[in-house]
Design a protein around this ligand. Sequence first.
Ligand code: UDP
Ligand code: MG
Length: 346
Amino acid sequence: MTTDANDETYPRPLTLSVVVPVYNEEAVLTALAARLRPTLDGLGEPYEVLAVDDGSSDATARMLEDLRVLWSQLRVVTLRRNSGHQAALTAGLHRARGSYAVSIDADLQDPPEAIPQMLALARAEGLDIVYGVRADRRTDSVFKRRTAAAYYRLVRRMVGAHVPAQAGDFRLLSRSVLETLKALPDQRHVYRLLIPSLGFPSGRMTYRREERVAGTTKYPVRKMVLLALDSITGFSAAPLRLATALGALSLVVCFLFLAWTITVYTLGRTMPGWTSLVVTVLFFGAVQLFCLGLLGEYLARIYTAVQARPTYSVAHDTVEEQQLSDFADRARSPCGGSTGRAGAGS
Ligand code: UDP
Ligand code: MG
């Protein structure tokens, strides 16, 4: 994916890109800007806020346009259709121009005020990654907490203990990590598992998970299940091995049944064993279907990878549009000089 918004328009390189995926978030955008902007302005360093509009159908696009009028560092990347949280993150991370990028949800569950701390920690300790770790999830629903705990337990077991528990998508990445991510083939990534697997030096910053300021979750159970499936099949072959183990176990059970059948036969007590027959058929049928299903999941991943279709498609990027218009201005001006625009992210 090309990102090359050329940097000559921006005399000072950007320190920070804040990537915010937004999907039908009209209810939270004003509150987000009200907290994010003073925090980032307070850094005193050049930054951009990269809002990735993931095919919103409410007033999100219009509101982002309105915000951009007064907030020159706000950059809007619009996807042609809803492609999902992780794909929106990909679009943002690939286009981020800062020396560091922080990804954060739009709903203010992750506090923007923690961003300067993350940056300071990365600089002080020379870290490439700082994970935001949710120390306290009391504000999440019981269902969300339970499913999240089960998710992290499962992925840490299957993928490895290097995956930090309770670290979602609020994290800081250095330019080296961003370049590494850009070089990867465009697939359905699950960043909370992919990034720890890259092995960059990392640190953690704990924070309290707040309640969503407004609106409703954009992660219905269907999307949660898809994320869990992607997490497992994308990072671990353990389920395939489970299928092998189940197959082996079934074989042992089969042999036991065989021994029992032969014994009963030789004893001359060959009563028509209807129940055991039905149980056996059902049991092995279920095991086979389960194993086929597992194979299917992996096959589906290979199928989509082979198709190599992009996971998202960008309709507009305000920075690229600005650069095109600056370029046209320069070409028109008699001495071919710059228009003198210097605002980052406009
Ligand atoms: N999001 C997105 N595309 C989607 C679903 C969600 O860009 O298809 C964004 C959403 O706007 C928010 C973030 O991803 O900024 C996390 O979503 P949400 O807060 O609804 O998830 P939850 O916190 O309930 O797990
Ligand atoms: Mg949320």
